[in-house]
Write a protein that binds this ligand. Sequence first.
Ligand code: SF4
Ligand code: SF4
Length: 219
Amino acid sequence: MIITKEKPLEEIYASIADCKRVLFVGCDGCTQPPRGLKEAETLAKLIEMKAKMEGKPIETGFTTIVKQCCDESVGNLRVQLNDYDGMVSLACGVGVQILNKVYPEIWTRPAQDTMFIGSEEIRQGPMYEMCLACGECILEETGGICPVARCAKGLLNGPCGGCVEGKCELPMEVNGEMVKNDCAWYLIYHRAKELNRLDLFRKYRPPKKRTLAMNPRRL
Ligand code: SF4
Ligand code: SF4
């Protein structure tokens, strides 16, 4: 799932300062956390209230579409555009770019910061980066644990010397706290052992074809 984080209201408001009528567009695709009709309405109302308080009223509308990462789905929005002079997309960065491409006459701004492709343990719980879309998946060799995304150094052939008691030497900041992640290669080792496939752990993996992950990509 593509993980995004809501931008601060101030930031969204500042980005549409030049607009008089703004349409807030949700996305029902791989939304997480949900960013559909209800969320588009809430954001539209908050912006409307803020604009009123600032003495520079903005008229808002809200809607949602099946998935913003598809030109065809986005095409259905045309009938609702009326005379909006700005749009705010609650989708990921792909959705924002597709709206700008299909409706170049209306500048669409993002309501979300797109963070990573990840997973969650419980709905709306913490999110974990799981895949960097490298274009050459090796999960069959690593017991289903991705070293490209989950090892801080992206190592392909076992752990570095910084793994201490199963934790990575490179902590990361989460909500203002420094958190120690599990070392990806520690996890891979134990998974391989569990599968009785320690041969996978010992196998040499050549460097990846970085060209497959070079952007911009086209498939
Ligand atoms: S190996 Fe590449 S494609 Fe497979 S999970 Fe990791 S980053 Fe994603
Ligand atoms: S400690 Fe483990 S996860 Fe951290 S950089 Fe080294 S091998 Fe990668």
